[in-house]
Design a protein around this ligand. Structure first.
Ligand code: SF4
Length: 351
């Protein structure tokens, strides 16, 4: 990929094949000039033929490079409470309707949470993501988070992202006060598609939590899952809702249709579909952190490195209930691309 690649004027390319001209560079120019793309243009990106996906990524790389250079930020996930969730999110192996054999435990003890923080720091992660399975945190879980967050931040150079489910404004204020930097709460899909993937809470509930997080003065991390039977319009709608909410960080997952969940066996995605979606999110949210998240190993497969030409972040290690690839493979991939892992301090860990 050459960031400097631009369409050659037709007069200079009498012998050039017109299909070699990168039509996406005009779109990148539009974004780089500060003019947002329209929903129609975003929809067109999702319809890019496979043969043109490299051109799309090349143009998207120019946007990524302007805002993030060649840096890659790593996140480390810790499932602090697993299973036992009363909600019915159809994609989730921890929901009350899932029959998947996932670990079931209440919030982990201090020592386990500290050991995971050490692992996150050792792996060069910028952010430690503390996740519980819940509709929202109960008082015991809130207190546990309030106790552990200052301790982690005192000992390690890690930002803390809490993913605790739906939050009231008062709970958001308490998280801010104890040192939580960011809260993750994914929109997951569009408002129109939401009732097809969850019936125990609404899209509006999720948006409400994000507003509480924002109003409490924390950063918002929110993204979605591709491959849940949604239409292109749903994916575009989610990307624009995230833009309008002003989320700072966008994790994009690709459905890992776990056996025992209502969406099991759903394997609609090709590697090119994943790349188109990542590129569209980059064009719509040019300066926002874009993280290739769950499902990258099974859906992008050998094309994972190409995703980093538009995304600038990865989870390193395992996901909540599924395995990721070995961290060493991620470090090698980043190094082979000529990119570098950065932390908030600007350090580069040994790869
Ligand atoms: S609220 Fe979270 S943990 Fe519970 S079912 Fe939904 S996604 Fe899973």
């Amino acid at each position: 990929m050459n960031a400097a690649t631009t369409a050659s004027p037709a007069s200079d390319t009498a012998t050039a094949n017109p299909t070699a001209i990168n039509r996406f560079d005009a779109l990148a120019d539009q974004v780089l000039d500060g003019n947002p793309i329209s929903r129609e243009q975003a929809l067109e990106i999702l319809k890019t033929p496979d043969d043109e996906v490299l051109n799309l990524l090349s143009a998207g790389f120019r946007i990524r490079q302007k805002h993030f250079g060649k840096t890659v930020q790593l996140y480390f996930l810790m499932s602090a409470k697993s299973g036992l969730c009363p909600e019915d999110c159809h994609y989730c192996s921890q929901s009350k309707i899932s029959e998947a054999p996932v670990p079931k435990h209440n919030i982990l003890k201090r020592d386990d949470l500290m050991a995971a923080a050490k692992m996150a720091a050792d792996r060069g992660a910028k952010t430690y993501c503390l996740v519980i399975s819940a509709r929202g945190p109960n008082e015991r879980e809130m207190s546990a988070v309030e106790q552990i967050v200052p301790e982690i931040k005192q000992k390690y150079d890690l930002d803390i992202c809490a993913c605790l489910g739906l939050l009231s404004r008062e709970q958001a204020d308490r998280l801010k006060a104890c040192g939580v930097d960011r809260v993750n709460h994914n929109l997951n899909t569009s408002e129109e598609h939401y009732a097809d993937i969850c019936t125990t809470h609404t899209y509006a509930d999720r948006v409400g939590t994000l507003r509480n997080v924002r109003d409490a003065g924390m950063e918002m991390c929110s993204g979605g899952i591709i491959g849940m039977g949604e239409k292109h319009e749903d994916v575009v709608s989610m990307a624009f809702d995230l833009q309008e909410l002003g989320v700072q960080s966008i994790p994009l997952n690709f459905l890992n249709a776990i056996e025992g969940t209502p969406l099991e066996g759903n394997k609609d995605l090709s590697p090119h579909d994943c790349l188109r979606a990542l590129a569209m999110f980059r064009f719509v949210n040019p300066d926002r952190e874009l993280r290739i998240s769950g499902g990258r190993e099974i859906h992008l497969r050998t094309l994972q490195p190409l995703g980093l030409y538009v995304a600038n972040s990865l989870f390193v290690g395992d996901y909540l209930t599924t395995q990721g690839q070995a961290p060493e493979e991620d470090y090698q991939m980043i190094k082979d691309l000529g990119f570098e892992v950065t932390k908030s301090t600007g350090e580069t860990p040994t790869c």
